[in-house]
Every structure is written in C-alpha cells, then in structure tokens.
Ligand binder design. Sequence first.
Ligand code: NAP
Length: 534
Amino acid sequence: MAVQEIDVIVIGAGVAGLYALHRMREAGLSVQCIDAAPDIGGTWHWNCYPGARLDSPSYTYQYWFSDEVLNEWEWSERFPAQPEIKRYLKFVADKFNLHPDITLDTRIRSAIWNAEQARWLLTSESGEQWSTRFVISCVGMLSAPNAPKFPDADKFKGQVLHTARWPQQGIDLTGKRVGVVGVGATGIQVIQTLATEVADLYVFQRTPQYAVKMNNYPLDKEQLDYWRAQYPAMKTDIHTTFGGFEWKLRELGEAAEMTPQQRREILEEAWTDGSLKMWVGVYPEMLADPEINAEASEFVREKIRARIDDPALAEKLIPRAYGFGTYRVPLETSYYDAYNRENVHLVDVKENPIQRFTEKGLLVGDTEYELDVLVFATGFDAGTGALTRIDVRGRDNRSLDELWHQDIRSTLGLQVHGFPNLFTVAGPLAPSTAFCNMTTCLQQQVDWVTDAILYLRDNQLQQMEPTREREDEWVAHHDEVASMTLMMQTNSWYTGANIEGKPRRLLSYIGGVGEYRAICDEVRESGYQGFALG
Ligand code: NAP
C-alpha cells in the first residue's frame, strides 16, 4: 500500500478529535481523523452501557465555536443520556461535513518519528500508512478499558461484558442474574439502571463511593432560552473557573474563616443543586484541608445514611477510608434506593476478594455467586493507556510506552520531550485528564495546538518539542500543586493506583482550569519559550 502524505493526522473521533479536525481544515491543512471505532463519538460511542449519562450540565458541555450550533441544538435534559450526546456529536459532524476526512474502523498500531524528514509515519493494524508532519492525539483519557484477570475465566459459562465495550445493539437482561464488579461513576449508573430490570443483581464492591444525588430535569423552552442568553458570557467565563464549569470556587482562606455552620449552609446549597458543584464549586479547602474535608465527608455520609433502610447495609455503603472529593465524585439518582430492593445484593470484596471464576459464576471466599452475566465496570488505564497501547517512537527511537511506564511526564499535558510534533490532547498532567468539564478543556487544548501548528507554518518552521528543562519545570510545578491537596492520599485512577505497576503521580493538573489556561496563553504569547522550534 502506498504511504499517504498529509499535513496532520488526528487520532480519535470523539469530542476533541472532531474539533481538531474542524480546526485543521479551517486552517487549510490537509488532515485525516482516524478512529478504531465503527462510528464517531469516542467515549460517547463506546460507553453505551445501561444508564450511561452525562454528569456535566448539558448547557456547559458543548462546542462554543459555532453560534449556529449553539442556537440550533436543543438539549432535552440538564444531564442527558448517552444517545443524546452521540446525536449531538453527529449533528456537529454533519453540519461541518467532517465525514469525508474521517477514517473509521482503523486502529493505529505504531507512530514512528523520522528525524531526517521531520515527519511521523503512522501504520494501522491493517497496514495502511500515513506520513504526516503533525500528530494530534485525541485518544481520550478514559478509553483504554481495564478489567481484572480473575483466574478460570474460560470456565465461566455465562457472558462477560465490560461497560466500555457494551454491545451497540444493547442486550436484554430482563429476568437474568447479573453481577457487577466496580462501583465507580460507571458502576453506579449501571447498578441503578439494572436494579429494576434484572432478576437478581449482585454488586461486588471493594471501595464504596460518596455519590451525590443528581438533580436532573427536562429543559423546557424557557430554560433553554435562559441558558442561550448566558452563552456569550459563559463561553469565556467557564475558562476562568476551577473546574471548567459555570461554578466558581470561593477564594482560598474564606472557608477556613467560616464557622462549621456557615460551611454547612454552603454544602446544603450545593447539595440542592444536585451536581458536581458539590465537588468543584464550593471552597478549595475541601480538597486540601483535612479537617474541612472531614466535615464535608461527614455531611455526605449523613445524606447517604438517610437513603438506606438497613443501617448495617448503610455502613457498608458509606466510605470511611478516604475523604470526599479525593476519588472522582459520581452523581446518582436511584443508586442508594437500589439497595432497599430485595433483588439487589451487596457483596463486600474488600476483606474477601474475588478469587476466581467458576462454571456458574464467581467465587468469593467460600461462597459461589451464580450468574448469567458478569459486568466489569472496572474502569480504564487512564490518561496514558490509550497512547501507550500504540507503539509510539520519538527521537532516537525512544518509546513513549517505556517512558510512561517509568515516569509519567509531559509539558502542560500537551507535548512530551523527545516526541516532536506529537500533541497529546487530554494527555497526562493537564486539567483535561480529570479535573475539568471535558468540553471546556478539550477545546482550549485543541485551540492551543492549532495556534502552535499555525505559528510553525507561518514562520516556515518544521518542528516543535519541549526542552527537558521546561518539562522538568512543569512536572515539578504539577507535583507541588498536587502535594498541596489531599488527592495523592486516595487510591484511584487519579493516581494510577488502579493499574498494577503504573508509576504514581496525580494524572491531572489540579491548579485549576483558569490558571492552566493562563499558563498556556503565556507560553503562546512568548513565542513558545521552553520549546525547541526548528
Ligand atoms: P473507576 O472509577 O476506576 O471505578 C472502577 C471500579 O472497579 C472501582 O469501584 C474499583 O474498585 C473496581 N474494581 C477494579 N478492579 C477490581 C477488582 N479486581 N475487584 C473488585 N473491584 C474492582 O472506573 P469508572 O467507574 O469506569 O469511572 C472512570 C471515570 O470515567 C470516572 O471517574 C469518570 O471520570 C468517568 N465517567 C464519567 C461518567 C459521566 O460523566 N457521567 C460516567 C462514568 C464514568 P476500587 O475503587 O477499590 O479500585
């Protein structure tokens, strides 16, 4: 097969990839967007499990670049379900006629840097090849599924599913005995949805969560008009907040001066909002000061306790080993109510881990749980996994996989020293890895990458790469900010703890979306100081 010559390859046709494709085309560059999936949508394509739903308010989770899209698209709910987000992405792709430049069903196997030509050679699983000046990776921070390898999997006669590879045509679980391993944001959505559908639901829980009650409602015309009137201000304001949402954190120090009662009133108000405001829209001390965090944790525990009929069961569902907000906060609607049902059974696998599959189900301690279907809601190799599954070789044949298996580093989460012209949208060490309303951060990063590529083009430059010194500085700053919080004290995908052997580092920059954007803007204004251009 002939090698195809092109200016830019975008890997991934999700929220970021579609926007990157649009920006590159607008800039007059030749570009192909390549995705392994049979359809566009990225995360919103793959995660079609029962109950999959957005937990950012829809009116903040959108593209801001087109007033036409903003005016025409009508969100049906504050927190819409997965099919609606996928429809939205298709609507945008149709409107801008993106399809001709998207190649689906194509998984990139390797990306090799050719220093002489200053170009990347990309090869797909089926042997197609592209020679490209720039690679914009939009592979997603939560797209490489992770599942535990329990022994004897081949013996199990039932069906095993992972939430991130759910059959697109759906699957009827009515009347079945279903097990769910994992109670993160995904497991919670699955469990509350399946509880009323299946005969018996066995929830294998290792670490309970502090889930916040979601306040979802249909958006009527009046509400849509209200939000549309906010859009012009919102499209800039959300870039200045801590989490890329419309909520603003109080100034650092304010909460410490308050009485516990005053802080409680703030928490009650955020709780009533029924959103992630409880997490990223109250006060910064909640994620940094152990006492203030303990207070907030107790507040949420009370709310959970009040929902569960059996006090002993409630205690099992209430987290104690870590503080509220230090593990990604899930939203729920009927998750805790599900445990008041007779067909839902909680199996604590913390003390007594799952041992192995059997022919009929799972063995936990001495007890065999008979199942027709086992669902893994066990998350992802986050931040790095989707890129390290590709054989990426930079200057001097260095391997990104090897690097990130020793030390997860990057510059602004956007580039990695040793890998010229590779841009890692939603890469590790940026807010977009975890602490951001994704559409806000992905668009900001794609805009930054676009500016960088146009700068190179306009200055007849071929390549760009952060210096080792600049990268060291960014990593040190990232770690310093992380160490001022409580985040590293909790084991989760945020710290790489969910993957055996993964180096520990907070995967996402926690200095705030506004602060991060200012730093990125400064780098651009300085003519990319700290980056070697050539
Ligand atoms: P996750 O947060 O990593 O949760 C994985 C779950 O699987 C945890 O409960 C984990 O327990 C459990 N687990 C893993 N291995 C296990 C084992 N061997 N035995 C028992 N339990 C095991 O993954 P996720 O729920 O898919 O969520 C990932 C992220 O996706 C979220 O944090 C969120 O950012 C995003 N998400 C967003 C939405 C939304 O916007 N609506 C919905 C879903 C997901 P431990 O905690 O003990 O490790």
